[in-house]
Design a protein around this ligand. Structure first.
Ligand SMILES: [Zn+2]
Ligand SMILES: [Zn+2]
Length: 282
């Protein structure tokens, strides 16, 4: 069994292009057991034409309820299940509101992500974000993520730990364990203590391979990161396409599964009604 734990839809995510029907159809073609929709909720983010990166959780659940089906309850050969989640952008000055949102009963699962660092958006301002050498910047970002995950035990998944590497203004931005071993260790300790997941996001794989020219093999997460996480006792790993359209759903899943298997990963996880489930996807 395999569940993609991180996907986006139109119109709930402003950058989502696919409908829930299209996502489920693609998931079926790729033989997934299910997908979790995790649309963007970023407090304070507003587009130039005044649209907010937020939505009403009750409405979201209600509209997607007809499609919701727990992967663990599927009969053999049945079409993929659907779970309802959310991807919340962490902001230090929004902690109370994020707690309120992340604890809402509508969500099977909550992803907490860092989409900006203390007011700096990597998409528009790489200069101020990457004003120090990569190891310093990556250490800072991992520290921020560890703080965020410790603050929000109700968030099950640490979204794309390597998100900022997609925007680093260098030729070889891939985030490696040796960039910031202490910061990685601290993040892993927090995740392990809180039964939270280290997300493997194939969106970053795509960025490294397609935009930075890494070979597909080199675009995979640094094996040292997986090795250390497992060595410290980390077991919970989720696989995420972060697909916003049908072309990106399940992107590089086959190659990433081969890679994870080679690193000694035995099972992948997903969440239903706030409880972890796991199965071998191999
Ligand atoms: Zn994200
Ligand atoms: Zn996302």
């Amino acid at each position: 069994m395999l569940v993609d734990t991180h996907t986006h839809l139109y119109p709930w995510s402003l950058d989502g292009v696919q409908t829930v029907g299209e996502l489920l159809k693609t998931a079926g073609q790729k033989n997934l057991s299910g997908v979790c929709i995790t649309d963007h909720y970023d407090f304070d983010s507003v587009t130039a034409d005044g649209r907010h990166w937020t939505f009403d959780p009750a409405e979201y659940r209600k509209m997607n309820e007809p499609f919701r089906k727990r992967p663990s309850k599927l009969a053999k050969g049945e079409a993929p299940g659907l779970l309802v989640g959310i991807e919340i952008g962490f902001l230090r000055h929004r902690v109370p509101e994020i707690h309120e949102l992340a604890r809402r009963k509508e969500f099977d699962q909550v992803i907490l992500s860092l989409h900006e660092y203390r007011g700096i958006d990597p998409v528009v301002d790489t200069k101020n974000l990457f004003d120090d050498p990569l190891p310093v910047v990556y250490g800072r970002l991992l520290g921020e993520m560890a703080d965020a995950m410790a603050e929000f035990p109700e968030a099950a998944i640490c979204g794309h730990y390597d998100f900022f590497s997609r925007y680093a203004p260098v030729a070889r931005p891939k985030m490696c364990y040796d960039h910031a071993p202490e910061a990685f260790d601290r993040l892993f300790s927090v995740l392990i203590a809180g039964s939270q997941s280290l997300e493997i996001n194939t969106g970053t794989v795509a960025y490294l391979h397609e935009r930075f020219g890494y070979s597909l093999e080199d675009s995979m997460p640094d094996p040292a990161i997986l090795k250390r996480y497992l060595q410290m006792g980390g077991r919970i790993l989720t696989l995420a396409s972060d697909g916003h359209n049908t072309a990106d759903d399940c992107r590089y899943f086959k190659e990433t599964l081969d890679f994870l298997k080679a690193q000694g990963v035995k099972e992948l996880y997903w969440m239903e009604e706030r409880s972890w489930y796991s199965a071998s996807p191999f």
